[in-house]
Ligand binder design. Structure first.
Ligand SMILES: CC(=O)SCCNC(=O)CCNC(=O)[C@H](O)C(C)(C)COP(=O)(O)OP(=O)(O)OC[C@H]1O[C@@H](n2cnc3c(N)ncnc32)[C@H](O)[C@@H]1OP(=O)(O)O
Length: 424
């Protein structure tokens, strides 16, 4: 077995014979997608270059002669770096994506070998944490990740009884496709700056939201429309892109592809707009906040039904002093944490001192920590999405002093939950 690691550069071969196309084609096997259309390679290459992705391919030369082409890796793995909003800073996060191992090669430790070597490399390069969005919740705990942010799927009845009670502000307009990508990017930038737990987006996202790229291929998706809300000062403050589910789906349903609001009023105005779509009876969205304000702004809150909850971001600490030191907190306090890490990357005892929301962390040799927790529990606690008291009840965190879990809840808790709507 041979592992090739490369960053597609300006002179990368964009033909089906090149290593980039073979890597992409192999990745699509893992996610049960069709074979790559040669016409799409240049667009994907542009996207991957913009994201500065690092691509891993594991090659097996000992395959039958008829096995999928030489040069097609049997396992793929990709990384890139985007900012994670942790309140006090936009922290560079090591993103892990495109993890696939061919069925013929699975459960031989290929993922384990790529993951551990990559996590060590990222730590050596000074990246304070790794993040991912997981296809299955059973895979990544063993590597030290903890589920950290969540969203909920909702269905909203937008027939006659739907009414947003908040006072009207600004205007909302359907926008032309040629402006949609720029608007989606600039509005998301405002959202990213103000949303704790949000991760910066890769090149393809705004294109898919705008309908410039489709779900399967980088070609126009004519079924997607986008509306933008302009605030009272005329500034674009939010957008929603959506797709009709078709006349055969009843009740008649509009699906939200993406909804990004940089202010609470833009959020409600986008819902007012959605509620005004004639002939539509139901709106569905799978990325609402768990602490969504919408039901509290409706005349009839029973228009809003929660259908499920999903984990979004998984966090794995690589440098505890830097990651915890960058985050903003509530109030003041001091607590000593003993972190257990099966892989030894961050094993140790750390004192966190918070003064008026600003944290400082130092490694200490403390015989008596206030709390002992796994690195997974620390990942779940990090953004405040899971309370320390819940982690303690679940066994991932043990408090040695009275009230220690309460101190963590007070420091790490926030008025709003962390919220990430970027999948990668
Ligand atoms: C961030 C992302 O990209 S999410 C996308 C993840 N990829 C997919 O879902 C695509 C389909 N799945 C696959 O391609 C593969 O099954 C992978 C990548 C998930 C796993 O690859 P493998 O090489 O088989 O994993 P590997 O052999 O290194 O397994 C390491 C350990 O994880 C366990 N494991 C691996 N996959 C799973 C899983 N899906 N569910 C539960 N346990 C798993 C193994 O049993 C093994 O456990 P052990 O050390 O206790 O024996």
């Amino acid at each position: 077995m041979r592992t090739e690691i490369f960053t597609p550069g300006a002179d990368e071969d964009a033909t089906p014979e090149g290593r980039f196309a073979k890597w992409l084609d192999s990745e699509s096997i893992g996610f049960h997608e069709g074979t790559l259309d040669p016409e799409d390679i240049p667009q994907y290459l542009t996207a991957y270059q913009a994201d500065q992705r690092v691509l891993w391919g594991v090659h097996d030369s000992a395959q039958p002669a008829e096995a999928l082409g030489a040069g097609h890796p049997v396992a793929t793995y990709g990384t890139m770096v985007h900012p994670l909003n942790v309140g006090g800073a936009q922290l560079d996060a090591h993103q892990i994506t495109a993890v696939t191992v061919r069925p013929s090669h699975r459960r031989n430790g290929i993922l384990r070998s790529m993951m551990m070597s990559d996590l060590r490399g990222a730590q050596e390069r000074g990246l304070p944490l790794a993040i991912l969005t997981a296809s299955e919740a059973t895979i990544y705990g063993r590597f030290g990740f903890g589920a950290a942010t969540f969203t909920q799927s909702v269905e909203v009845d937008v027939r006659e009884r739907f009414e947003v009670t908040a006072p009207r502000t600004g205007t909302t307009a359907l926008v032309a496709r040629e402006h949609a990508v720029n608007l989606a990017e600039s509005i998301f930038e405002r959202f990213q700056a103000g949303t704790f737990g949000s991760v910066g987006r890769q090149y393809a996202v705004a294109r898919r939201i705008a309908g410039v790229w489709g779900r399967e291929r980088p070609v126009e998706d004519r079924s997607v429309r986008m509306a933008v809300h302009y605030d009272a000062a005329g500034e674009p403050a939010g957008f929603v892109s959506y797709r009709f589910a078709g006349w055969e789906t009843t009740p008649y349903t509009m699906k939200i592809v993406d909804l990004v609001a940089s202010t609470p009023s833009a959020y409600l105005e986008l819902w007012r707009y959605l509620g005004s779509l004639d002939l539509v009876e139901r709106i569905t969205w799978d990325s609402a906040r768990r602490d969504d304000a919408l039901p509290w702004a409706l005349r009839d809150r029973r228009c809003y039904q929660v259908k499920g909850t999903d984990d979004v971001l998984w966090v794995r600490l690589l440098d505890v002093p830097v990651a915890l030191g960058a985050r903003s907190y509530r109030g003041s306090g001091r607590i000593v944490l003993e972190v257990l890490d099966d892989h030894g990357l961050v094993t140790g005892t750390y004192a966190l001192t918070v003064v008026d929301g600003v944290g400082e962390v130092e490694r200490v040799e403390a015989p008596a920590p206030d709390v002992t927790l796994t690195v997974n529990a620390l990942g779940s606690l990090y953004l405040g999405g899971v309370p320390a008291s819940t982690l303690a009840a679940a066994g991932g965190l043990t408090a040695h002093t009275d009230g220690a879990a309460g101190v963590l809840d007070a420091l790490f808790g926030r008025a709003q939950e962390p919220y990430c709507i970027t999948f990668f």
